[in-house]
Design a protein around this ligand. Structure first.
Ligand SMILES: Cc1cc2nc3c(=O)[nH]c(=O)nc-3n(C[C@H](O)[C@H](O)[C@H](O)COP(=O)(O)O)c2cc1C
Length: 200
């Protein structure tokens, strides 16, 4: 499984959690990282052919960003508007991404309990991330459960150090798609019926 991580932080040098994620992922096997702010420059212009070829060379595509005003920083949107083009990601013949996996990895300032009805952010992360989910649906990507790190505006070193291995384990888990996991468990059962209890 080859994973492409597109990092959309306006200033990774000043970031805490996203920089820690980016650095750890840059060392991980079978993971390609891209700092979109560095690549797109101040104009946020991307070489569409290069970006599309990279997408096609990977099985799992990850958008990584800090939550800014209930969405992603603008460089993420600039990349989407340019790269997920008609005839590539949607429209006639636009099924080139079909069957790949898509995952959002996001840090928030607000605590987990604020992202609920009645909490001060009122809505859940699943609700705020709907435009990304539908983008994935339209492009034929399988939308996986996002990885969310809450309360990260003032995160201390211990919190960041604890979060990084958790993030790495999640992002590199080949079974995040429940269909893939179920197929693997069924295959295990077929190969060795004595494992029935272990896989149920
Ligand atoms: C312009 C801006 C907008 C933000 N909007 C939100 C928001 O809507 N919800 C939230 O929980 N945190 C918000 N935050 C806090 C960031 O999500 C938080 O500082 C970030 O996830 C920390 O990651 P970093 O250490 O990689 O920069 C915002 C921060 C900035 C600078």
């Amino acid at each position: 499984m080859k994973t492409l991580v597109l990092t959309a932080h306006p200033d990774l040098a000043k970031s805490r959690i996203n920089r820690a994620w980016f650095e750890a992922l840059s060392e991980a096997e079978n993971v390609t990282t891209r700092d979109l702010t560095a690549i797109g420059g101040t104009e946020m212009r991307f070489d569409i052919k290069v970006e599309q070829a990279l997408l096609l060379a990977h099985d799992r595509i990850v958008f990584q960003f800090p939550f800014y005003w209930y969405s992603a920083p603008p460089v993420m949107k600039a990349w989407m508007d340019q790269v997920l083009s008609y005839g590539f990601a949607y429209g006639p013949g636009g099924d080139l991404l079909k069957g790949r996996e898509f995952l959002i990895m996001v840090s928030t300032g607000g605590p987990e309990h604020s992202y609920h009805a009645g909490g001060y952010n009122n809505y859940s992360m699943a609700e705020f991330l709907k435009p990304f989910q539908q983008t994935a649906n339209l492009a034929g990507l399988t939308y996986l459960r996002p990885f969310v790190a809450h309360g990260m505006a003032l995160a201390n070193k211990d919190q960041i150090d604890a979060n990084v291995p958790e993030m790495l384990a999640y992002l590199t888990d080949p079974d995040l798609d429940p269909k893939v996991k179920q197929a693997r468990l069924l295959q295990q059962l077929e190969d060795d019926p004595t494992k029935a209890a272990a896989v149920s």
